[in-house]
Each structure stands twice: as structure tokens, then as C-alpha cells.
Ligand binder design. Structure first.
Ligand SMILES: NC(=O)c1ccc[n+]([C@@H]2O[C@H](COP(=O)([O-])OP(=O)(O)OC[C@H]3O[C@@H](n4cnc5c(N)ncnc54)[C@H](OP(=O)(O)O)[C@@H]3O)[C@@H](O)[C@H]2O)c1
Length: 244
């Protein structure tokens, strides 16, 4: 049985990934979200292969306790997918110019989009100390690419995703020193119809937009095929490489 921890399990992309993973045999999903009590029916649909635990990215000092509440001590975790993230909400909207920047919003975006990821990997270490393969996949965004940034704006989102990408690169260097069969990557899911992209519906008309099931198919295909050879890649939804 492969045990996959999925953070952001009740988001648009996260939920679709969980459902897609659970269509595979031999996979159990341990989901982290902010309101697991609202998801009893969803868990019941999956005959004990989906277990949800409470977790908030803004409380990193709690991550160890939250994982200990969710995961049996002797569980071997073979994968982590980080699908939490935000672009707008709680006082944050994508900035068009310097005057729009706000310190509290920048902090919040950095915490959820970037800082919580390595803190979660750190908290997960006790469940990763086994000799089998491990895949760690962070859902990033193409707009976090330094090289790809030609239009500016979206300061908090772009910069926090660039920071997430740097965390992935660091993990890709350190984790193989601890264990041979490990792969750490960042992925761009492609523009996907979710609450995150909903306010931009008009501009989306010019883009290729995926529904959540398409995106989950693309990302789970990438995730399940990851090997040590992919370690350190920034992967587009179609499997091609993106510039950092
Ligand atoms: N949709 C797109 O077009 C697109 C494009 C590029 C990249 N992405 C990335 O894909 C990932 C998933 O986005 P989505 O489109 O699925 O957005 P979404 O439907 O808005 O889901 C966002 C997820 O982030 C979680 N989250 C937000 N704040 C949190 C906090 N303080 N603590 C814990 N979890 C928190 C939400 O948890 P709750 O369920 O508890 O609210 C939810 O699971 C994000 O990293 C996003 O940047 C999306």
C-alpha cells in the first residue's frame, strides 16, 4: 500500500487529485485540510482509504502534532503532494503596481504558498525514514518562474511561488543525502477552473483552461511516474520542463 499525504485536500485541485489517486489500486490518501469535520461523507465514500486531518498552513508550530494526530507512528509515507495555496482572499488581491503591496498580505501569501511547505516536510521526516521510494511534489505556478516573468504584477503570488521553488531545489539537494530513492519536484498544474482562478474568468478566455479532473489526471500521471531521475525538476502539466 502506498501512503500519500495530500495537503490542501479540499481545494479545487487537491480534492480532484485525491479522487483520482483513489481510483488507483494500492493507494491510501491521508489528507490535510482546515475543516475535516465537513467531509465525513467524502471519507465514507472511499472505504477507509481516505483519512482527513485538521491542518492550517498558518500554524507551523502545530504541524508535528497535526501529523501525529493523523498518521500511525509506524506508517511508511511514500509521497507528499502540496496542493495548498492562495492568490486572493483575506485582504489579498493580485497587485498591479507597487502601491498595492501590503505587508500583512505578503506575509500571508508567503506563509501559505511557500513557508509551510518545508515546515511540513520537516514535520513529516519521522514517517519518511524508510528505505522505499519517496516522491515529494509541490504544486507551484508558472508565474513563479523568474525567467518567465515578463509582465510583472502579482507580487505576492509570484514571489511566494518563486520562494516555494527555491525550497524545492534545496530539498532536492538535501533529501537524497538522507535516502537514495527520493524525488523532489515542483509542478505547474496549468490554468484550472477553481475558486482560485474564478475572479479572472474574463482573462481566462484567452488561455487554455482545464477542469479539475483534467488537471488531476495530468498531475497524478506525473506524480506516479516520478523517479530519482526527475529529482529537482520544475515540471509543466504536460510533462515538459519549465525554466526556474
Ligand atoms: N487554479 C489554477 O489555475 C492554478 C494555476 C497555477 C497554480 N495553481 C496552484 O494550485 C494549488 C491549488 O489551487 P486551487 O486552484 O485548487 O485553489 P483553491 O481551490 O482555492 O484551493 C486552495 C487550497 O489551499 C488551501 N489553503 C488556503 N489557505 C490555507 C491555509 N491557511 N491553511 C491550509 N490550507 C490553506 C485551501 O484549503 P481549504 O480547502 O481548507 O480552504 C485549499 O485546499 C495552489 O497552490 C495554486 O497556487 C492553481
Amino acid at each position: 500500500m502506498q501512503n500519500i499525504v495530500l495537503a490542501g485536500a479540499t481545494g479545487g485541485i487537491g480534492r480532484a487529485i485525491a479522487d483520482r489517486l483513489l481510483r488507483e489500486e494500492g493507494i491510501r490518501v491521508w489528507g490535510l485540510c482546515r475543516a475535516p469535520e465537513d467531509e465525513k461523507a467524502w471519507q465514507a465514500d472511499h472505504d477507509g482509504r481516505l483519512t482527513l486531518g485538521r491542518w492550517d498552513a498558518t500554524s507551523p508550530d502545530q504541524f508535528g502534532n497535526r501529523l501525529a494526530d493523523l498518521l500511525p507512528d509506524d506508517l511508511e509515507v511514500s509521497g507528499l503532494i502540496y496542493a495548498a495555496g492562495l492568490l486572493h482572499g483575506e485582504g489579498l488581491k493580485p497587485e498591479k503596481r507597487l502601491e498595492d503591496l501590503d505587508m500583512a498580505s505578503l506575509n500571508h501569501a508567503f506563509t501559505v504558498n511557500a513557508l509551510a511547505y518545508p515546515m511540513l516536510v520537516q514535520a513529516l521526516l519521522p514517517w519518511l525514514r524508510h528505505g522505499e521510494s519517496k516522491r515529494l511534489m509541490a504544486i507551484s505556478a508558472k508565474v513563479g518562474s523568474l525567467e518567465d516573468n515578463r509582465v510583472g504584477g502579482w507580487y505576492a503570488y509570484r514571489a511566494s511561488k518563486a520562494a516555494l521553488n527555491m525550497f524545492v531545489r534545496n530539498l532536492a539537494i538535501e533529501m537524497p543525502r538522507r535516502s537514495k530513492k527520493v524525488c523532489c519536484v515542483a509542478v505547474h498544474p496549468g490554468t484550472t477552473r477553481t475558486a482560485l482562478s474564478a475572479p479572472f474568468e474574463q482573462s481566462l478566455a484567452q488561455l487554455q483552461v482545464h477542469d479539475t479532473d483534467d488537471t488531476a489526471n495530468n498531475l497524478v500521471k506525473i506524480f506516479l511516474a516520478l523517479t530519482e531521475k526527475d529529482n529537482g525538476r520544475f515540471i509543466n502539466w504536460d510533462g515538459t520542463d519549465l525554466p526556474w
